[in-house]
Design a protein around this ligand. Structure first.
Ligand code: C2O
Ligand code: CU
Ligand code: CU
Length: 553
């Protein structure tokens, strides 16, 4: 069905600056009330999974003791055998492979000693099955999810979304990958099976006894946690043995706040075939690709013609300007190296590996020569391109204003509230909205993007710019399309280190908004009523309240 035809246009008068809030007292009851603890009659699932979150001890590092983690265990009760793909000796949950159209039921048991709930990041599901923190369950309780897989083929992400504990629980291990396949994808000659490989990127810090170290207190929460050890699919120093052919690597940034600039050290460009939860219309080749927390990019890595024995290293290449000016200055003084950062940078969440520093992520060793390989398709899938004309509010976009006060990163000037929405956060079901995401540091309208060159330090007002940094903004529910990205608040030399790395042509659910940038998106609000969150996917920010919600009615 066409997204546009589905749009029952509704012209609603809303006051964008209106601070009127509507309260939903019933929402708070959902927390206590065992809302979804039993399966519904009349819903006949094709796939049934039992998932349990538990404490576990797993061998993350090669030597020494196991690491205490929190982990999703899963058991397939019904459905195709390949639905669950377990990763051995790992804190990551199994990869869940869905087919579009499947009806899914998941029993989630909380076997932890603290509250928890799972969110299916990227999937378009009913509010009740979206893992909204209002559904957080207590130890020993059960929550039942039921939904149909409506997404097109792509890569998604499941993780804890527990009220104010998201960052810590994801850090402890409560995360995993979801893939969806569909007919369109199966018609394409894409690498499949053992040539279709996950690439979950995360950073962690371990103590001498191999135990995970997280931030203590408020230190570092403003900039977010940055670990000194890079893990790929839950392991350090990952090396893949590959054949001389094309592979699909599904990169998922599951880090709390680290932004990767993916690229080959020798300058070979990178090709993407998908972003977030969907394949692109056609492949995009870039010198490097930026990947912020919550984002996914499906990479086409072709080792054809590479000699047996050759080794390629994928790096996070150096970039600047994603962090507040003070941080960037200190990083420069240290020559971008990780040495000696612990002191001052630690205070700002720098850890031993600064944001924007160069480091290797993963290496690939060509171990076998083969001659047949799929060819990169010229076109991938067709989908409708949304423009401002499809939105019922093209001249009056809904705002997502980013602002930071000390210890208080906010959206639209407010912190998260479980049971309140602003006037303009009420969206009629079936509408397609234009949304403008921008930084609001107490600057007056019209000041964005006017000053050239050195805006980062220049347009300082009320101290807001001091804290200006990049934020990955994620919206729950249906995927959206990006219609414009305007630079504005960064030094040009710094912006030049990131600007070619944004792939804005596909369906997205998370977009990296660099300091001063203004991004316009078009998002459909179809199929389901209820509360759909939008938040910063820097998980420390999210837990500090940098989250709001739309109420679809
Ligand atoms: Cu991946 Cu609301 O989050
Ligand atoms: Cu999400
Ligand atoms: Cu943020």
């Amino acid at each position: 069905m066409s997204i546009k035809n589905n749009n029952r246009r509704q012209f609603l008068q809303h006051s964008v600056l209106g601070l009127a809030t509507a309260a939903f007292p019933g929402v708070l009851l959902a927390k206590k009330g065992q809302v979804n603890s039993r399966p519904s009659l009349g819903f006949n699932p094709d796939v049934e999974i039992e998932m349990t979150a538990r404490q576990a001890q797993v061998p993350v590092l090669r030597n020494g003791p196991n690491t205490r983690v929190q982990k999703y265990y899963a058991r397939l009760l019904k459905g195709p055998k390949n639905t669950l793909q377990h990763l051995k000796g790992n804190y990551l949950g199994p990869i869940i492979n869905y087919e579009k159209g499947q009806k899914v039921r998941i029993y989630f048991n909380n076997g932890l000693k603290e509250p928890s709930i799972i969110h299916w990041h990227g999937l378009h599901v009913p509010q009740k099955s979206d893992g909204h923190p209002m559904y957080t369950i207590q130890p020993g309780e059960r929550f039942v999810y039921e939904f149909e897989v409506m997404n097109r083929a792509g890569t998604s992400f499941y993780h804890s979304h527990t009220h104010e504990l998201t960052a810590e629980q994801v850090y402890q291990g409560l995360a995993g990958m979801i893939t969806v396949t569909d007919e369109q994808e199966q018609k394409l000659d894409l690498p499949r099976g053992k040539y279709d490989i996950p690439l979950v990127l995360q950073d962690r810090t371990f103590n001498k006894r191999n135990q995970l170290q997280y931030l203590h207190g408020m230190h570092g929460r403003m900039t977010g946690f940055l670990g000194d050890t890079i893990l790929v699919n839950g392991k350090p120093n990952t090396e893949f043995s590959v054949k001389s052919r094309a592979y699909r690597f599904r990169a998922l940034n599951g880090s709390n706040s680290r932004i990767y600039k993916l690229g080959w050290d020798d300058g070979t460009p990178l090709t993407a075939i998908g972003t977030d939860a969907g394949l692109l219309e056609k492949p995009e080749t870039r010198p490097y690709i930026m990947l912020a927390p919550g984002e996914r990019v499906d990479l086409w890595l072709d080792f054809s013609g590479r000699a047996v024995g050759s080794k390629l290293v994928m790096y996070s290449l150096p970039y600047a300007g994603a962090m507040p000016p003070m941080y960037e200055k200190m990083k420069k003084r240290k020559g971008g190296s990780s040495k000696g950062m612990e002191g001052g940078m630690g205070m700002m969440g720098g850890g031993g590996l600064a944001q924007g520093t160069k480091f290797p992520i993963v290496s690939f060793k060509v171990t076998e020569k083969i001659s047949d390989s799929p060819k990169l398709p010229k076109r991938l899938v067709n989908f409708e391109r949304l423009t401002g004309r499809d939105a019922d509010n093209r001249h009056d976009p809904l705002p997502i204003a980013i602002s930071m006060k000390p210890m208080r990163p906010m959206l639209n000037g407010k912190s998260f509230s479980m049971d309140r929405v602003l006037d303009f956060e009420r969206v009629p079901l079936g509408s397609i909205k234009k949304i403008k995401i921008f930084h609001d540091h107490g600057m007056k309208k019209g000041e964005h993007g006017e000053e050239k060159g050195k805006m980062g330090m220049g347009g300082m007002k009320g101290g807001g710019m001091m804290l200006s940094m990049a934020h990955p903004i994620h919206l729950h529910g249906q995927q959206y399309q990006i219609v414009s990205r305007k630079a504005g608040g960064m030094r040009l030399d710094e912006y030049a280190t990131v600007k070619e790395g944004f792939i804005d042509t596909g369906w997205k659910d998370t977009v990296l908004v660099m300091p001063g940038e203004e991004i316009e998106i078009i998002k459909p609000f179809q199929d389901f009523k209820g509360f759909f969150l939008y938040h910063c996917h820097n998980l420390e920010h999210e837990d500090l309240g940098m989250m709001r919600q739309f109420y679809v009615y």
